[in-house]
Design a protein around this ligand. Structure first.
Ligand code: ADP
Length: 259
């Protein structure tokens, strides 16, 4: 994506998100979103749920401007992301994926990747906030240990905590969480949950979650079907409504580890 000629930096007003009548299809694909609208106030924590192919990842991709909508707008703090500089858009959003890409570089450089101008002190603070310092201290050269493809291998939980540390460093008002389906062991899961809870505090969050119980503390759940929002409310509201969400939830309670 190129900056528009008159692209402006984002004026950060806390990180509200809006989709306004967005239509979108992938090149050579069918319509994924048709006249899609959504408003997320700043600081709200929203979980996106729905079957595979419902459009959850597409919504996160459009918000990062990996694609432009055919018609309609995607806005952050009421400003059209197509008209803002890529630089400021990148700084407004931090993505935490379960499987982050690590470079063949030191732990420190891998963390600093999300904010190249960060000081060593900033990096240390982010690592502490994400509960990384303990395992980093156990690495042969601590923060200077080379990790990545041909470097020292880290566990899934350690990699995920590094992803959270990167997001802390970026200090973005909007956090996108993409929870993979693979189950982690319960010990690392606990510390990851703690680190995530700290990270999301005071920020806008949009999460794709497969284990619905992780969304219990969220403000709002959106259930998507074929690119449309079919249910919208708190987890408690939707459970009371006994619709799609409640059926999905009950199925997972019955078979918690299969999801
Ligand atoms: P979800 O995240 O809910 O599983 P997606 O947003 O990935 O759903 O997919 C929505 C629709 O778009 C699906 O029909 C999927 O096949 C299609 N799709 C997703 N990514 C691409 C792509 N890169 N190219 C073409 N079609 C895609």
């Amino acid at each position: 994506m190129q900056d528009a000629q008159d692209a402006k930096p984002l004026i950060d007003l806390g990180g509200s998100v809006a989709f306004r009548s967005v239509c979108f299809s992938y090149p050579n694909g069918e319509r994924v979103l048709q006249d899609f609208s959504l408003h997320i106030p700043s600081g709200q924590k929203v979980g996106l749920v729905g079957r595979s192919g419902a459009g959850k990842s597409t919504i996160l991709s459009l918000l990062q401007r990996l694609y432009d909508p055919e018609t309609g707008q995607v806005l952050i703090d009421e400003q059209d992301i197509a008209k803002m500089t890529q630089h400021s858009l990148r700084h407004a959003i931090a993505v935490v994926q379960q499987d982050i890409s690590l470079f063949h570089r030191s732990v420190r450089e891998n963390l600093r990747y999300s904010r190249p101008e960060a000081s060593d002190e900033d990096v240390l603070r982010a690592a502490e906030a994400a509960r990384c310092t303990e395992f980093i201290a156990r690495l042969p050269q601590g923060f200077d240990t080379i990790i990545g493809e041909r470097g020292l291998k880290l566990s899934g939980g350690e990699r995920q905590r590094l992803a959270i540390a990167r997001a802390f460093l970026r200090n973005a008002p909007i956090i996108l969480l993409d929870e993979a389906t693979s189950a982690l062991d319960s010990e690392s899961e606990q510390s990851i949950q703690e680190a995530l809870m700290r990270l999301v505090k005071g920020r806008t969050v949009i999460a794709i979650a497969h284990r619905l119980s992780t969304l219990d503390s969220f403000d709002r759940i959106l259930v998507l079907e074929r690119g449309r929002i079919v249910e919208d409310g708190s987890s408690a509201d939707l459970l009371r409504r006994k619709g799609v969400y409640s059926r999905m939830y009950m199925r997972q309670l019955a078979a918690p580890r299969r999801t």
